[in-house]
Ligand binder design. Structure first.
Ligand code: HMG
Length: 390
């Protein structure tokens, strides 16, 4: 068994109960909606209900994988998030009663802004290279929440992606050659005392582009594929226009010119989910992959270029080679249902949810019953989060 036969065996995404249209947001902000629809490439964004959080999103994304594959070979759960609910306990442990995880499973939480899920995939591949009979569940789950009235407000969103990493995967092989770039940049961070990040938006865009170029250069130095070998690309999408900026930047840095038609063919199908869900931080890149796979039927044996970026910053470029028969494992209808079932919020309802915070005292606090999802945060009692399954 070599690393070349390790990759994505299954993939499922989940999002929130609520959403707000960018036209609603723009109308109340006095902003031309063209800035959001065309400048940022966003139509709507997912908004969590008061009884949803990264744990309920993670459980909702992961449940269909466990239903299909069982848990007998699951040995590790890596939950990646930058919306952690505890400084000590890994959020993945709350999934035990919700999903019936085996007690013979190691569970940890990973953090590095939007990049951590990609680290999770690489760590998973290492574990499976050592023992190909094991499977690893990687869950990316995040809520992107910015201060009201800031330029970043229109780039909020929330979602989770659950990825089963296996030997002889049914969806895509993760090729072992990858390119990495990391550096100390203060473009986006969230100190412990804040519920929203501190952002230097313009710096974050240039830092992303620079890191993408350097990660791909490292990938090439290590024997990676030429840009022409990829049929499609998935980029981390804080807003979908960022994928187009990154793609044009990468091609330009390598002396390529590209027509609008070629760019659309390489990128557009990877942006459908993020365009209506918004930024989902660690999950965003894997929503892009789900969107690409769910909407194209010609990807068997094709190479997909994957660019992961997390502020601060770490970027990684790698190749996912799609496996023949992948379409039999997809969940396009369920993904579509999760997105279309969201309840649109008025601007006032959105503001009220944005201002809602779980009380921080030791009392017993029951959460308003809002989500129609299969899992909910029912209460916080004596600082303990109590979840329930419907
Ligand atoms: P801004 O500065 O208000 O926007 O916020 P802008 O003035 O740059 O306009 C955006 C685009 O809309 C521009 O196009 C305008 O021309 C266009 P561009 O020059 O970029 O091609 N525009 C219009 N288009 C059509 N019709 C109109 C119109 N008006 C303007 N009427 C900013 C943009 C990204 C700064 C802000 O949204 C922000 O701060 N976002 C949060 C940070 C972010 O998303 N950064 C992205 C890279 S960092 C990253 O991806 C990591 C991250 O996910 C965090 C993590 O890793 O954990 C954020």
């Amino acid at each position: 068994m070599t690393n070349q036969h390790i990759g994505i065996g299954d993939l499922s995404i989940a999002t929130t109960h609520y959403m707000i249209e960018h036209s609603t947001l723009a109308g109340h902000q006095g902003v031309d909606v063209g800035k959001y629809h065309h400048g940022l490439g966003q139509e709507a964004m997912s908004v969590p209900a008061s009884d949803e959080d990264i744990v309920t999103l993670a459980a909702t994304a992961a449940a269909p994988l466990l239903e299909r594959h069982g848990t007998s070979t699951l040995r590790t759960v890596l939950l990646a998030t930058e919306t952690g609910v505890d400084q000590s306990k890994a959020a993945g442990l709350y999934l035990h009663p919700l999903l019936g995880l085996p007690h013979t499973t190691r569970i940890v939480e990973l953090k590095q802004a939007c990049y951590a899920a990609t680290a999770g995939l690489q760590f998973a591949a290492g574990l499976i290279a050592r023992d190909p009979t094991q499977q690893v569940l990687v869950i990316a789950t995040d809520i992107a929440r910015y201060d009201l009235g800031t330029p970043a407000e229109a780039t909020q969103g929330a979602a989770a992606a659950a990825i089963l990493v296996t030997a002889d995967p049914g969806i895509a092989v993760l090729e072992p050659v990858t390119g990495v770039h990391s550096s100390h940049v203060m473009d986006f961070w969230r100190p412990n005392h804040r519920t929203t990040p501190v952002v230097d938006g313009k710096l974050s865009v240039t830092s992303y582009l620079d890191a993408a170029e350097r990660a791909y250069a490292d990938y090439l130095r290590r024997g990676g594929r030429d840009l022409d070998e990829f049929t499609a690309f998935c980029y981390h999408q804080p807003f979908t226009e960022m994928a187009y900026k990154a793609h044009r930047h990468l091609l330009g840095a390598h002396g390529r010119t590209t027509s609008q038609q070629e760019t659309d063919s390489a990128l557009t199908t990877s942006t459908h989910y993020n365009r209506t869900i918004g930024n989902s931080y660690t999950a965003s890149l894997y929503l892009a992959l789900a969107s690409l796979l769910d909407h194209r039927c010609d990807l068997a044996d094709q190479h997909v270029g994957m660019l992961s970026y997390g502020s601060g910053c770490v970027a990684e470029f790698f190749c996912a080679t799609v496996v023949p028969g992948y379409r039999d494992l997809l969940r396009a209808d369920a993904h579509d249902r999760a997105i279309t079932a969201r309840k649109p919020l008025s601007y006032e309802e959105y503001r009220a949810l944005h201002e809602f915070h779980i009380p921080t005292d030791a009392g017993q606090h029951t959460m308003p019953e809002q989500t129609s999802g299969p899992f909910r945060l029912a209460a916080v009692d004596g600082h303990e989060r109590i979840y329930e399954t419907r």
